[in-house]
Design a protein around this ligand. Structure first.
Ligand SMILES: [Zn+2]
Ligand SMILES: [Zn+2]
Length: 291
């Protein structure tokens, strides 16, 4: 089994953002105890000073000063890692024999993906995940934006939020910047769902198929009281399967306790949806493995 989405650092202000081989070794040991044989280290692009230098201020196109201010605060609290130190440490971990591949979780920001791709191309990544976390300057999965989130859901309406999210997924896929669509239906995180989600599921699955992306089956949704199921749930997973979209399995753990969390359950879900393989990556090339 594989866990193709783990983070080194929690979402807390003022952490020391140093990668270490020791931490990766601890992750690998924990994962091995759960039957996982390969981990992709996939920290957020927004953690790194190199991406900050490139992207800072992207949120200023949002018409809401409050959302802009909230994102600015979050952005600055999360920032401070060095991309070279991160990549070199992951390479050192692999050279030491740990079963890790070098990855990144890449945020989608409209109009910013060309320069993002140019920066990424300077590093020997094995796999790039692509994520829609923001709609404009609204961070839809922010843990402590409760009042903001409820107001945005109420004022925009469920259909429009899902439509905006889905359009961002389509745009991200079309940029060909990444290899895997991370947590493909993250927009369900707060429990707001359209009466008939099929149209949105069809568009998300078709976006992955048309761009040759893999989709991720991510257990983080099972830890979120509003989501109550993996990202994606069974109906969207079956659509990916019907369109021949490859999958990875992923815990999205941000500390060792959640590394490879419920990967066995995800593997069973994938089999139940008709999958017989998961996809690993080397040098951004997919390499299927039997499930
Ligand atoms: Zn994410
Ligand atoms: Zn993540």
């Amino acid at each position: 089994m594989i866990d193709y989405h783990v983070h080194l650092w929690r979402h807390k202000p003022n952490l020391s953002l140093q990668a270490s081989v020791d931490q990766m070794a601890e992750y690998c040991e924990h994962a091995a105890g759960l039957g996982v044989t390969e981990l992709a280290i996939t920290e957020h692009t927004s953690r790194f000073v190199q991406f900050d230098a490139l992207l800072r201020g992207w949120w200023e196109t949002d018409p809401s000063p409050e959302l802009q201010a909230a994102t600015l605060k979050y952005w600055d609290e999360e920032l401070g890692a060095d991309l070279d130190q991160y990549v070199e440490t992951a390479l050192a971990a692999r050279a030491a024999g740990l079963p890790v591949v070098v990855g990144m979780e890449v945020d989608y920001f409209p109009g910013q993906m060309e320069k993002t791709a140019r920066l990424l191309q300077g590093y020997p990544f094995d796999v790039l995940l692509g994520s829609v976390h923001w709609i404009g300057a609204w961070l839809i999965n922010a843990p402590d934006w409760g009042p903001i989130a409820e107001r945005e859901w109420a004022s925009r309406g469920v259909e429009r939020v899902w439509d905006d999210y889905t359009r961002s997924v389509e745009e991200l896929a079309a940029t060909a910047t990444v290899d895997v669509l991370a947590h493909p239906d993250l927009v369900k995180i707060s429990g707001h769902r359209p009466d008939v989600p099929d149209e949105f599921h069809d568009r998300i699955a078709e976006a992955a198929r048309a761009s040759g992306l893999a989709a991720e089956l991510n257990s983080a949704g099972l830890r979120r009281p509003g989501a109550l199921e993996a990202y994606p749930g069974p109906p969207l997973l079956r659509k990916f399967r019907d369109l021949g979209v490859p999958i990875t399995t992923a815990s999205d753990g941000h500390d060792v306790d959640y590394v490879s969390w419920r990967i066995g359950d995800l593997t069973a879900m994938a089999k139940a949806a008709g999958y017989t393989e998961v996809t690993t990556f080397r040098g951004r090339r997919p390499q299927p493995q039997p499930l």
